[in-house]
Design a protein around this ligand. Sequence first.
Ligand code: ADP
Ligand code: MG
Length: 412
Amino acid sequence: MVISNLYTPKQIEVLKTVLRRKDWRLLINYGAVRSGKTVVDNDVFLMELRRIRKLADSLDVDEPMYILAGYSSKSLQNNVLQELTNKYGIEFKFDKHGSFKLFGVKVVQTFTGSIAGLGAIRGMTSFGAYVNEASLANEIVFNEILDRCSAPDARIICDTNPDVPTHYLKKDYIDNQDQNAGIISYHFIIDDNKFLPKEYIERKKAGTPSGMFYDRSILGLWVSGEGMVYRDFNKETMVIPHDKLPDDLTYYAGVDWGYEHKGTIVVMADDKAGNTYLIEEHTKQFEEIDYWIQIARGIQERYGSRIKFWADSARPEYVARFRREKFNCANAKKHVLSGIESVAMLMKQGHFFVVKEAIDYFLDEIYQYVWNEKTGEPQKLNDDVMDATRYAEYNQHLRVVAKPKAKPSYLR
Ligand SMILES: Nc1ncnc2c1ncn2[C@@H]1O[C@H](COP(=O)(O)OP(=O)(O)O)[C@@H](O)[C@H]1O
Ligand SMILES: [Mg+2]
């Protein structure tokens, strides 16, 4: 078997470094989604366990320990353990703490998504660590993992998607030029993955929203958004007259409560061809809940009593009131980036339309809806219709959208 049949050129570079260089402590594989980062890290993980077993023998250590870290138990299972089982037939036998022994090394699992991850590794002396999806790791937990790796020649391997450029993993580690720190990083782009069919990559590129989403998930860059959030919005093609609306639609609504700020209810509709239409927008400032109940009644009369209202959960008393009034009202999941991504994807793919006669503030807002480069999220200004639209779109189609991305740890 030729090695280029087993690995991509980028993965081979990583493996060569791991095998030949002795002077590194931290290896970070970062970049595009599905570019081959985890596959190579999984193999480096196994190589590391073998190296550590040998090292432990020479040091007369019975049971060397190793940290396996991931955002959650589920993500670690899917990204690492299940993959190793599928590829090499490795069966893991867990003890009651979720630890297991492999190649004579005790592997302790810890979850980096919350500070609770500290408990599993506190006080431990580790011969190394593997941190999957490192940018999602709580910074305190990440630092603790590095501190725990205090055995001789301990090494840490990470893979990660990019985040904002001010993320600690980028600023403090990838950009660290200090030779003594022993940090090596590799930048992966989606084209690096020779195992993905060309058509898949082309489709993925064509379907990924322009700007930040494309730069991160296709080009693997640590960027924040800048300028307009919905760059692919095109007034000429996406604003359509009411008589162009197809029939046989599925209707649902999004609600952003407001008083000082404007309140908004939008009605959206999906056709059978995968298009989504914004067909009504009701936006008003200084109105109490009774006003919104009247608006929602009208919507029920036009689109049926079971129409779903995806509502901002920040005002539970309003959601409760809607339910008492017998509206089919649910708390919307509010992951900002995932919500925006799901609307932006429809726009990029030419599946998003707004009905000209129906909109009031929509156009005003969409051109003013811009990224805040510091937070990596949109500026919270004149965003009421934008919020209601993404609550409706994202929640109605949750089944087809990638898993929500966690906020960078310093925003949590
Ligand atoms: N060396 C490889 N051999 C075979 N398939 C690979 C290899 N590297 C990547 N792949 C394929 O590409 C997919 C994405 O790789 P993965 O490492 O999970 O990407 P990332 O972690 O960058 O999102 C894998 O699920 C697998 O199908
Ligand atoms: Mg991965």
